[in-house]
Design a protein around this ligand. Structure first.
Ligand SMILES: NC(=O)c1ccc[n+]([C@@H]2O[C@H](COP(=O)([O-])OP(=O)(O)OC[C@H]3O[C@@H](n4cnc5c(N)ncnc54)[C@H](OP(=O)(O)O)[C@@H]3O)[C@@H](O)[C@H]2O)c1
Length: 251
């Protein structure tokens, strides 16, 4: 049986990478998905890959733009009739370096997109659908929100904030809305290219499972958390990391 038959999901930042893998998994299990991203052309390609307008709709815009958020939620309900599922997947990491030297304007941008925009998306789908009908939400955090991440410290701090918000919202929104999070280690996407390009084998050797993550490794876990199979799980963070944080903790 398909777990998401008759359900509609919004997945932000889903024209490629982890977001697209989540959308693909949800569609394969019967959902209709509304995906977002800044670039219309890549969104159109992703919609085609997801099976076209019967299964997917793309809405171009910046995740932190309130007008884009409102427009996306409106288009989702108009096109598919509900917003049962939300995946806050968009995350940015525009700076690299010690936190003591961090440009505060860049820090504000990180918190704006990775945390406040995620909250705003939740507020909007809550008002438009979930408050009355229930729903399930997954926030995409990172292992850098679970343990310190040198040189990308504010990105990690923003993901820690997202994890904290996940717990609080789970308490506030139960019993009809579940809110969970995931924390991946390095997954092979454009976002993470600089972390592994040219040294994938060396990096992967540090992982107990001896490989880096693929976007599909994330899609399957997010689908589980969104589904009724996770019906008694809320406010939790699932670390998806090939075991690497255990090794780091032990060394
Ligand atoms: N890859 C990893 O190793 C890793 C590990 C832990 C956590 N994560 C988290 O996973 C999430 C997805 O990352 P990814 O690796 O899949 O990245 P990715 O392959 O670079 O994909 C990012 C997606 O988000 C869109 N996007 C980027 N900035 C946006 C914005 N401001 N507003 C709306 N859409 C935006 C991109 O499309 P456009 O460029 O057209 O906007 C694209 O569709 C992020 O939250 C990231 O922090 C990733």
């Amino acid at each position: 049986m398909k777990r998401f038959e008759g359900k509609t999901a919004i997945v932000t930042g889903a024209s490629r990478g982890i977001g697209l893998a989540i959308a693909e998994r949800l569609v394969s299990e019967g959902a209709r998905v509304v995906i977002t991203g800044r670039t219309k052309e890549t969104l159109d390609e992703a919609v085609a890959r997801l099976g076209g307008p019967a299964h997917a709709l793309g809405v171009a815009g910046k995740a932190a733009d309130p007008a884009h958020q409102a427009d996306t939620v409106r288009q989702a309900t108009e096109a598919f009739g509900s917003v049962d599922l939300l995946v806050n997947n968009t995350g940015v990491n525009p700076v690299y370096g010690p936190m003591i030297e961090l440009d505060l304007e860049a820090a504000r941008k990180i918190v704006e997109t990775n945390c406040l925009a995620a909250l705003s998306w939740i507020q909007r789908v809550h008002g438009a659908w979930m408050k009355e009908h229930g729903g399930s939400i997954v926030n995409v955090a990172s292992v850098s929100g679970v343990q310190p991440a040198p040189m990308i410290g504010m990105y990690g701090a923003s993901k820690a904030m997202l994890l904290s918000m996940t717990e609080l919202l789970a308490v506030e929104l139960g019993p009809d809305i579940r809110v969970n999070a995931i924390a991946p280690a390095v997954v092979k996407t454009k976002f993470a290219t600089a972390l592994y390009e040219g040294r994938e084998r060396e990096l992967a050797d540090a992982y107990p499972l001896k490989r880096l993550g693929e976007p599909e490794d994330i899609g399957s876990v997010v689908a589980f958390l969104l589904s009724a199979d996770a019906g008694w799980i809320t406010g939790q963070n699932v670390v998806i990391d090939g075991g690497v944080t255990l090794v780091a903790a032990a060394s």
